[in-house]
Design a protein around this ligand. Structure first.
Ligand SMILES: [Zn+2]
Length: 133
């Protein structure tokens, strides 16, 4: 018969967790506030519609920027803690590689389905096509 074993799955909290949580909170509150402000501007006859819609957009954009900054600050703390060998809450985002196709003769980027380089007009050999992955 099996039983439950208490096991540490990860870490939570720390200053990085607070910053990340505040970023998410600001994002959602700002988006909701921006939508409500724009909605009130459109519906109500007592306020200037254009000013309310612009204010709503600015509020939402500020929330997006504040979230990006706070998430970035949290990630810097995580990276510093990881570098120092300390445990950290949350996760470190990893960048994903971006692949594309370039002409082997001139180096100009081309789409995968192009038969001829649009820069140097060289015909591509369709049999020899390196898969970037
Ligand atoms: Zn070319």
């Amino acid at each position: 018969m099996a039983h439950l074993v208490k096991k540490q799955l990860g870490f939570r909290g720390g200053r990085e967790g607070t910053l990340s949580l505040m970023g998410s909170l600001m994002l959602w509150l700002g988006l909701i506030g921006g939508i409500v402000t724009a909605f009130v501007g459109v519906v109500s006859r007592h306020v200037d519609t254009t000013a309310c819609v612009i204010s709503g957009i600015v509020i939402a954009l500020n929330a997006i920027v504040a979230n990006a900054l706070l998430q970035g600050f949290a990630e810097v703390i995580r990276l510093l803690k990881k570098q120092d060998g300390m445990e950290y809450g949350g996760w470190i985002e990893s960048a994903e590689p971006v692949h594309g196709y370039v002409c082997s003769k001139c180096g100009q980027s081309n789409d995968n389905d192009y038969l001829m380089c649009w820069n140097c007009k060289e015909i591509f050999d369709v049999e020899i096509r390196d898969n970037p992955d």
